[in-house]
Design a protein around this ligand. Structure first.
Ligand SMILES: Nc1ncnc2c1ncn2[C@@H]1O[C@H](COP(=O)(O)OP(=O)(O)OP(=O)(O)O)[C@@H](O)[C@H]1O
Length: 240
């Protein structure tokens, strides 16, 4: 049986005495688009910080494509691509220069990086912007270029932390749809968001609230075919 793209089992994390994550377990099946839905402070960024090893996971177990993050961090991180909440491209450089720099961090040769840069820019629909300065791209194009950067080392799973922040409605829809399309070509995605209308019934869905997983399954099953906002409010007890 194929391993999940990401498996998180019984992970907790404290900041001092504050429990930011409480015994969190979730899986991202290979090739799936899984939304991680939670309002501000739910623990989404903390969870991503554990998966990217910005923080050490002192409890539980995290595996990326079957590689244990604590015992084989190099193998696990090589299979992970991350799109951060804040922008991470150097706006004074061209997209190609940014991609080459990121590829070098992964030990990819310059020649190979150029081949891959062309490949990933086509994947995000920006083939004609490879030599453009990042500062000359629109907000939506910059997010697409961030996704291209995250794909250059051919990861098995993308983590995207509120990847549509600051975009207008149209660009937001395009970026989420692009990510869904990518999962159809094999890469998996864990899409952290607080925006319910980014989630479709066929998506995987994990609801995280106050550091706890309240639901994990398909969006369709969790909502029983009904309204996601109403389901979210019922499960979290918010707004009551
Ligand atoms: N370095 C830190 N020190 C202390 N508390 C923290 C720290 N980082 C996060 N927290 C707290 O942990 C909880 C989870 O924060 P986190 O940033 O993971 O939530 P989030 O779901 O990503 O929210 P947002 O969408 O606002 O980024 C919050 O209550 C936050 O205040």
């Amino acid at each position: 049986m194929l391993q999940d793209a990401l498996s998180i089992q019984n992970v907790s994390h404290n900041f001092g005495r504050f429990e930011a994550l409480k015994n969190v377990s979730l899986t991202v099946p290979r090739g799936s688009f899984t939304a991680l839905l939670g309002i501000n402070g739910a623990g989404k960024t903390t969870l991503f910080s554990l998966v990217t090893r910005l923080y050490d996971n002192a409890s539980g177990r995290i595996e990326v494509a079957g590689h244990d993050l604590r015992r084989a961090p190099g193998a696990a991180l090589a299979r992970l691509g991350v799109v951060f909440q804040s922008r991470s491209l150097d706006t004074d450089l061209t997209v190609a220069q940014n991609l080459a720099y990121h590829a070098a961090l992964h030990g990819i040769s310059r020649r190979e990086a150029m081949t891959r840069a062309t490949e990933v820019m086509a994947m995000v629909g920006l083939s004609d912007r490879l030599q453009a300065k990042v500062s000359a791209l629109s907000g939506g194009q910059q997010r697409r270029a961030e996704i291209a950067r995250a794909l250059i080392h051919r990861p098995e799973i993308l983590l995207l932390d509120e990847a549509t922040v600051g975009l207008d409605v149209k660009s937001r829809a395009e970026v989420v749809e692009l990510t869904r399309d990518l999962t159809r070509s094999g890469v998996s995605a864990l899409w952290a968001t607080h925006i319910m209308d980014e989630i479709r019934p066929e998506d995987g869905l994990v609801i995280l609230h106050k550091g706890q997983v309240l639901a994990d399954g398909s969006a369709q099953d969790i909502t029983a075919g009904g309204d996601l906002t109403r389901t979210f409010l019922r499960l979290t007890g918010e707004n009551t």
